[in-house]
Write a protein that binds this ligand. Structure first.
Ligand code: AMP
Length: 132
């Protein structure tokens, strides 16, 4: 069965996309830890990040870097924290999270619940920065 992220890649379910290439996609996390929390994924469904072939993994990291720079330009923060967990969705995704404090990376904290309108507006702003 395809992962929920493969369904996003195929356009079968909606997502607030911020960046896309032939191989990679980035979209806002639907239950963010912080405003601007974004997931960068390979379009090819591979569960575990360290099963990704070297060149593809390097491409994913370079993509995540460019997305992080775009997030930083929109969301005031000290830096973008990076985390890979994958216990919930078995399709590699890099969490890119605007942080000011170590606690901002605490995945046990209650998540935010932004409205679809807020997510759409934020995604558009990040997309503009990414495309510049
Ligand atoms: P994990 O697999 O533990 O790294 O967490 C999966 C992440 O994916 C969580 O932060 C979820 O909020 C996020 N997530 C799950 N479904 C969606 C979706 N349809 N759109 C955006 N983010 C999602």
């Amino acid at each position: 069965m395809p992962s929920i992220f493969t369904k996003i890649v195929r356009g079968e379910i909606p997502a607030h996309k911020v960046a896309e290439t032939d191989e990679f996609l980035a979209f806002l996390d639907i239950n963010p830890l912080a405003e601007g929390h974004t997931l960068a994924i390979p379009k090819k469904e591979i569960d575990y990040i360290f099963d990704i072939e070297d060149e593809h993994l390097a491409g994913l990291m370079a993509f995540a870097k460019r997305v992080a720079k775009a997030i930083e330009a929109v969301v005031p923060c000290e830096r973008i924290g990076v985390s890979v967990i994958g216990l919930e969705v078995p399709h590699t995704h890099i969490h890119l999270i605007p942080i000011n404090d170590i606690d901002d990376m605490n995945f046990s904290k209650p998540k935010l619940s932004p409205s679809p309108e807020e997510l759409a507006e934020l995604a558009a702003a990040i997309r503009r920065e990414y495309e510049e």
